[in-house]
Every structure is written in structure tokens, then in C-alpha cells.
Design a protein around this ligand. Sequence first.
Ligand code: SF4
Length: 119
Amino acid sequence: MKPKISQEAKAMAAQCRHYAMCNLDYLGTGLCSAGVEKPYISYFPQGRMDLCHALSEGLLRLTPALVDIARSCTLCGVCDLQCHFVTGMRPMKVMRELKEYVEAFLVIMAGVPSSFRYD
Ligand code: SF4
């Protein structure tokens, strides 16, 4: 059985306004370390919101890049502060569920013979 993204996380991910304020240190609280290290939108919270929503809709396959993106989040909480200041949302739930989804999927895949894999 595939892991699932909760309805709460899915709904929040779908509400990302794409203001991209999570890509700027406008509060002076720091920036997403993963996004700074690999400056692609997928590594910033904004991209993670889209990835989580796409996973919840069954639109994405698990790829090495997706695993790297999920694992690069340290759950530091910086994006929670930034996003809440602008939108009132607390996206940490989405960040956490994205990581948990990927890790749960990898555990499942490790026990499935390669000829039966659906990744
Ligand atoms: S919780 Fe994760 S996504 Fe959010 S700022 Fe920290 S490392 Fe980036």
C-alpha cells in the first residue's frame, strides 16, 4: 500500500500563493538552507508545496531527485515563520509530510521485488 499525504497537508499545499517570499530573508530569520545550497525552486518551500500536492494527487513518481529534495529539508522551521507572516499558513506540516511520504515509500520499495515495482 502506498503512503498517503493527509488531507490537511494536501489542502495547505494547494493554497501556496507562489509569492516566493520563502525565497527571501525578509524577516531576518534566515533562509531555507536546502534552497540556499541548491538554488532551484524545488528545494525551496514553495517548490516543496507543489511537490507535496502533486504527490497527493498521484501526479509524480518517486525519483532520486525527489528523494534528495525531501531529505534536504532539515525541518528547521524557517519557512513556517516566513509563510505565516505573509499568508497565515504554517507549511511545516507539508514539509514534514513530504519527508515522511518519501521515506515511507522507500521502505515499501525496499521490500518489493524490482519486477513488481511501480515507481
Ligand atoms: S523546514 Fe525545510 S523547507 Fe522549511 S526552511 Fe527549513 S529546510 Fe527549508
